[in-house]
Design a protein around this ligand. Structure first.
Ligand SMILES: CCCCCCCCCCCCCC(=O)SCCNC(=O)CCNC(=O)[C@H](O)C(C)(C)COP(=O)(O)OP(=O)(O)OC[C@H]1O[C@@H](n2cnc3c(N)ncnc32)[C@H](O)[C@@H]1OP(=O)(O)O
Length: 194
């Protein structure tokens, strides 16, 4: 046993998340953080192509249309793909806090099947911060932004520095990213020095 608590309930001394003064303005589209990200990258043919918008607080919204390539059962979205959509939307909260954060834990409830062709309306919100840990939730609704909930997640993201990617990513992709001025701009937006 590691002694680590895996609870997704923030500890009593956690604080509220604080919207960074330079967070994208409410309604502003948060661009893809990486062209080859399966969740948001334009360079992944069968990816989710999620487009996320900043909310007014430490929250974001996004839409994702389920396509044939996303099926698990015939005509229905794969659960892992739906979890990815939640994960990706949650990942965008880093822009609102101006930190880079990766998923530590993601607990997903699948409440309704999601047919191919459905537009999933996603929201994500940070609820508490404790040291490097960001506690957050995400919801995907069908039939409109106020439609019935199809999927819901409680999650805990952990803040990391750019070294997390440099140290762990494959060399080819890391070198390509560092040679791309647009990508370096993304990294700078998080006030990190690549
Ligand atoms: C170039 C530009 C790039 C831009 C990139 C933008 C990328 C955005 C991508 C978005 C894409 C979408 C999103 C994606 O898909 S992100 C991809 C999926 N996620 C990952 O690959 C993360 C893999 N895991 C790790 O790298 C490490 O385990 C991390 C970094 C998470 C922690 O290891 P690290 O050694 O650093 O820290 P620590 O172990 O001291 O832990 C720190 C604290 O956290 C607590 N804890 C940890 N894990 C868990 C857990 N499972 N349950 C409960 N608690 C957990 C821990 O108890 C401790 O708490 P406390 O002691 O402080 O109380």
């Amino acid at each position: 046993m590691s002694g680590r608590t895996t609870a997704l309930t923030p500890p009593a001394d956690a604080g509220p998340p604080v919207r960074h003064p330079e967070a994208p303005a409410p309604g502003e589209i948060i661009g893809s953080h990486y062209e080859y990200c399966f969740g948001c990258g334009g360079g992944v043919a069968h990816g989710l192509h999620l487009e996320t918008r900043a909310g007014e607080g430490v929250n974001v919204t996004a839409e994702f249309t389920v396509r044939e390539a996303h099926q698990g059962a015939p005509g229905l979205a794969h659960g892992g793909v739906l979890a990815t959509a939640l994960d990706e939307t949650l990942g965008s909260l880093g822009w609102m806090l101006r930190v880079i954060a990766v998923t530590g834990r993601l607990e997903t409830d699948f409440l309704r099947p999601v047919p191919v062709g459905t537009e999933l309306h996603l929201t994500a919100e940070a609820v508490a911060v404790h040291r490097r840990k960001i506690y957050c939730t995400a919801t995907g609704r069908i039939g409109g932004p106020d439609g019935p909930v199809a999927v819901h997640a409680n999650a805990m993201f952990v803040e990391v520095k750019i070294d997390h990617f440099i140290d762990n990513g494959r060399k080819e992709e890391i070198q390509a990213v560092m040679a791309d001025p647009d990508q370096v701009k993304v990294a700078r937006a998080f006030e990190v020095n690549p």
